[in-house]
Design a protein around this ligand. Sequence first.
Ligand SMILES: [Zn+2]
Length: 186
Amino acid sequence: MTWPAAPLPPAPGGVPDFLTHRQVSEGGQGMATTSQTEVPAIDGWFTTGDEPALIGTRCAACGTVMFPPSAASYCRNPRCDSESLEAAELSRTGRIWSYTDARYQPPPPYIPRTDPYVPFALVAVELEAEGIVVLGQVADGYTVDDLAIGAEVELVVEPLYEDDDTTTRTIWKWKPTGTTSREVSA
Ligand SMILES: [Zn+2]
């Protein structure tokens, strides 16, 4: 039997907690700043800066890539018994594998960014080199009308919600690049 190497998208209508919900695992981070600071909503899942990237886990033996980064100490590939895992930055661009529209405001603890609620789009993005599909919101300013299966998207980091007066929590999102079809279709 084969095991899917990729984390599969949720059932229709299901939105993963980490995309919409307040993170409650704060831990003693210094909050003594007076200006608005941008802080990742989840530690260790993506880098920030001009060219942000998702951080996955790669098996040094068989090359299987896992995202989110694996907390386990063994490879997820059932045909591999390696325990040699390393952090790896994933491809910054991918192709839209599927997408949907979050038409209705998710229930609490979801924190709406706008009032009234503005629907946001979710995409499942295929990273060809890694052989996995990664979910995410679509970048601010884009809707499902801007999306198409097979279109290229690029990883960006944008605000997810305001934590308080001084902290903006950020998350990775996928931004359409304008390349709308595969160069080569088999
Ligand atoms: Zn492996």
